[in-house]
Design a protein around this ligand. Structure first.
Ligand code: OGA
Ligand code: MN
Length: 304
């Protein structure tokens, strides 16, 4: 079957497309990999429908697109985890496939996905692609929304572009969770979640296009008073998530959605997670390197 892409939104023909003609459960040819990468560089979000895959197949597919990034350490040991540690468990289930209780810390952590973010910007080497497989989905809420950070950058006025060109932000899970009032961390957790630095303007290594590197994990701009920084980041967030830059994905079972974290943000919308099961599983690959030089590297940054 030929590989075909079809933009999902007539009004934004350069952002978010459906790709058909790939069987993600089978080994990819170099031509398949090249077609997916070209599609990603063009559209930033690709939806591959009808991919009924196992965890192993998802891992094999993912390895074509860079080193695997291990999931955020939520303080759980391997014995507590439902999935292989290269997966981000984007479900509301525990190891026994029971829905998480209302005040479960894992649920508190997952609520951070309701804030606009780019994956793993709390790491020195942040995420390249995220690949999210819809195993059990709901259409009663639970949409995933994506925002095009290339278009958002392009739409800034020239003065703002000049002002932000060399700005560097601090990113940490402590900041994103803190926005939701999730603040009771141990000293060990605070150490593990120490802020890392990223440029606010990022250049895509293949297309050369600039984009905003924004995320709920931002908690400071280097050299700026904190309230001024956070007020500015809020303004930029509002700008960058206007409807004209956003694609809303309503899930169908076995959708496999791939996004480029270097050029997009995303968030999940509210759904009745105490009563409805939603089981999505994410694999993630690493970016080419740090976006800015900084001291120290995190032990969590090892690739698999
Ligand atoms: C993610 C994420 C959103 C969702 O997988 O990185 O933020 O739709 N998920 O659950
Ligand atoms: Mn995410």
């Amino acid at each position: 079957m030929p590989i075909e892409t079809r933009p999902l939104q007539p009004l934004q023909p350069h952002f978010a497309a459906e790709m058909t003609g790939i069987d993600a459960t089978r080994p990819l040819t170099p031509a398949d990999v090249a077609a997916i990468e070209a599609g990603m560089d063009k559209y930033a979000v690709l939806v591959l429908p009808g991919q009924d895959m196992t965890d192993e197949q998802q891992l094999d597919f993912t390895r074509n697109f860079g080193p695997l990034q291990v999931a955020a350490n939520t303080g759980m040991t391997a014995a507590d985890m439902r999935l292989h540690d290269a997966f981000a468990d984007v479900s509301n289930l525990d190891k026994e496939n029971r829905k998480l209780e209302r005040d479960d810390r894992r649920r508190m952590a997952a609520l951070g996905n309701r804030l606009w973010h780019s994956d793993a910007t709390f790491r020195v080497v942040p995420a390249r692609y995220s690949l999210l497989s819809g195993r059990i989905v709901t259409r009663d809420g639970g949409n995933t929304e994506f925002a095009d950070m290339r278009a958002a950058y392009d739409a800034l006025d020239e003065a703002t572009k000049a002002e932000i060109e060399d700005l560097v932000c601090e990113h940490s899970l402590i900041y994103s969770r803190g926005q939701l009032g999730f603040t009771n961390f141990t000293d060990e957790e605070r150490h593990r979640m120490k802020p890392v630095l990223h440029r606010l303007v990022r250049t895509h290594p293949v297309t050369g296009r600039k984009s905003l590197l924004m995320s709920a994990h931002i908690g400071a701009i280097v050299g700026w008073p904190r309230p001024e920084a956070m007020a500015f980041i809020r303004d930029l967030m509002e700008h960058a998530t206007q409807p004209e830059f956003v694609y809303v994905h309503r899930w169908t079972k076995h959708d496999f959605v791939i996004w480029d974290n270097r050029t997009t943000m995303h968030r999940v919308r509210r759904f009745d997670d105490l009563n409805i099961v939603r089981d999505l599983r994410r694999t993630t690959t690493m970016s080419e390197g740090p976006t800015v030089a900084q001291q120290g590297t995190q032990h969590e940054d090892q690739a698999r």
